[in-house]
Design a protein around this ligand. Sequence first.
Ligand SMILES: Cc1ncc(COP(=O)(O)O)c(C=O)c1O
Length: 375
Amino acid sequence: MSVPFFNYGARYAEDRDVIKDIVFQVGVSDNFILKEGVADFEQAIRAYTGAKHAIAVSNGTTALSVILRALGVGPGVDVLTPAFSFISTASTIALLQARPVFVDVDPVTGMLDPADLEAKITPNSRVVIPTHLFSVMANMSAIREIADRHQLHVLEDSAVALGASMNGTKAGLLGDSGLYSFFPAKPLGGIGDGGIIVTNDDELGQRCRMLRNHGQDGITRFLHHHLGYNHRMDEVVARYLQHKLLRFDQLIERRAQIAARYNEAFASLAPDIRVVTDDHYDRVYYTYVLQSERRDELQQFLQARGIETQIYYPLALPLQPAFAYLGHKEGDFPHAEALTKRSLALPLYAEMPDEHVDLVIEAVLAHSHQVAVHV
Ligand SMILES: Cc1ncc(COP(=O)(O)O)c(C=O)c1O
């Protein structure tokens, strides 16, 4: 039996008729983009998260671009961002001709390190982008305190953290602005790309709303207040997401159950296998990532048993060829670099059958026992 890392067929099987219906209804409606379905979905996200403003866009990356543009980020501005994240967190800064200032991560959680953040702030720093990854959240209270002292806007990259919360506040609303991605693999995965911006800031919300649609105000067509983008959401995507949001809590609960089984099974394997068990927040499991000093060996061992895994992420962002112009070198971000050598993501999705969870657990335990025998 093989255990796939994702199983999109299983994810969408239940919604087969709903999807057909949505595509047909939108197809014959003359309303394809940024219409009632998008407005309803924005309202649903406001209700779910408590955000004052929710602005649906084409994906998580464009959400980041729109927010940064709305904040006036451009040439001469420095934006602080983790050295360990998905590329969007940093590429969107660079594409606006601003400078990504990379911050190392906490060696245990892998999220932006507040101490290094403080050390890296420059006179041109205006924004910090802490990222939540996998199921782990950045230390938002420490980051908030530093940001307030240095008058930085906190743009929370909560692309993968819809539903997670800290002290009763949803991820995405712990900073000054946030976003969620609806890429099909995400906990609220759509049928295609999708994203949404959330904020409680009226002025920022209004600016983002205009920038996603060519700088128009939604009232007077072809009057362009700003140079904006076409980063709009399609009706088909919005209507499906709205439908799926109805069972989102069940979906993330199932993810949490699988993660709890992994946590329990691997608890005794430290220091060979480590997982982050920080309980300062209510987490949502986008992926289950463990740390292993023998990561490559473990990955091959699982592969030989038909279990697919992924490495998030194999290279620290400052060392990516795309950022070579910034002149960083190996050793500049020791914690981020260490994580790129140790992290391994195991299969975890709401539709994953228990037998597959059993197989993954058995294989990880078997590898650890084999390692124990040989050392
Ligand atoms: C942390 C993080 N930020 C931003 C994004 C970008 O989202 P999208 O793929 O919808 O553009 C991703 C996507 O995986 C992500 O993991």
